[in-house]
Design a protein around this ligand. Structure first.
Ligand code: 13P
Ligand code: SF4
Length: 306
């Protein structure tokens, strides 16, 4: 796209945002060009909070389906738009309502904690929700000793390592993007970049997490860089975080832990899609009211506890 075309699209988006009282929320795995029109860029927890408190009439969610759905659960009177309807989450798709029912029946006395990376019907069947930035805090704060965690076995294993006093059983879901980051690759990069800090997202393999200097959500990783005096960082999460760090800290060195750490679903949205979404008010995300109310309770409990 030429610079002239790009700036015309950005101008049109900004004009429509004003006319329609719309806000654009963008996850930090999005194509970096989206930041030029976004009102808020961050991790899942930060964006959920923005969705809950916005005074806008329209929320355009530059992210994946479960994020836009979470915004709709929190702000049912707003029109929530997902620019590209293909943008799903492979991990969220790994559990459906029937599988959730069976998992709960196998653990009748357990408290059910669900990762925000799940569909509304899964949240509706959970006691409390969490994101990667507050999962450990939420699980620690629950009075129950027995927990079942859905759908991510990666984050579930990390929580179990941090809260050893509780019995935590995870569902078998996983994030394909983070699972492509391998421990041998971290070893190879650490040998080459001897002074680099290793910053890891908790959706990674436990063997990768064990090699980390810091474990945190996408915003957690970005904040860690901001506070650190180190010059060099190995980034074990999706490429979008690395690109934003390179933009914001050009004097520092960032190495992606795997060239394969790209979430294809997060990359659907382009500036053109945001413009069409605002113009035509597509694709609207709706949640059936009974399900929404139940899912809201799980998300609200998370926001109160974190
Ligand atoms: P956070 O935004 O909580 O770091 O989660 C990353 C992720 O995989 C979102 O899909
Ligand atoms: Fe889902 Fe993983 Fe992509 Fe996040 S990075 S949206 S968990 S597939």
């Amino acid at each position: 796209m030429s610079l002239g075309t790009k700036s015309k699209i950005i101008d049109s988006i900004n004009k429509l945002k004003k006319e329609k009282n719309a806000v654009i929320l963008a996850h930090c795995y999005q194509n970096i060009e989206i930041d030029e029109v976004a009102d808020f860029v961050g991790d899942s927890l930060y964006l959920s909070r923005q969705a809950a408190q916005t005074g806008a009439d329209i929320i355009v969610f530059a992210g994946v389906y479960f994020m836009a759905e979470t915004a709709k659960i929190l702000s049912p009177s707003k029109k929530v738009l997902l620019p590209r309807k293909e943008a799903g989450c492979l991990m969220a798709d790994m559990i459906n309502a029937r599988e959730m029912k069976n998992f709960k029946e196998d653990h009748p006395d357990a408290c059910v904690v669900c990762y925000v990376n799940s569909e509304a019907q899964i949240k509706a069947e959970s006691d409390v929700c969490c994101t990667s930035s507050n999962a450990v805090k939420i699980v620690k704060s629950l009075p129950e000793q027995e927990i079942i965690f859905v759908p991510d076995r990666g984050l579930g294993a990390y929580i179990a390592s941090q809260v050893p006093e509780k019995k935590i059983t995870s569902y078998y879901g996983f994030c394909p993007t983070h699972m492509r980051i391998l421990p041998a690759e971290i070893d190879r990069l650490k040998a080459r970049y001897k002074n680099a800090q290793v910053l890891v997202h908790p959706e990674c393999h436990m063997e990768v997490i064990k090699k980390a200097d810091f474990v945190g959500s996408t915003s957690g990783i970005m904040n860690k860089v901001k506070q650190s005096h180190a010059q060099s960082f190995i980034i074990a999460t999706e490429r979008g975080v690395l690109e934003r760090l390179q933009r914001d800290y050009p004097e520092k060195e960032f190495i992606l832990a795997s060239e394969k750490a790209i979430c294809e679903n997060m990359k659907w949205n382009r500036l053109e899609d945001i413009l069409i979404s605002l113009e035509k008010e597509v694709h609207e995300v709706l949640v059936e009211e009974e399900t929404r109310k139940k899912a809201y309770m799980a998300i609200k409990k998370m926001l109160d506890l974190s």
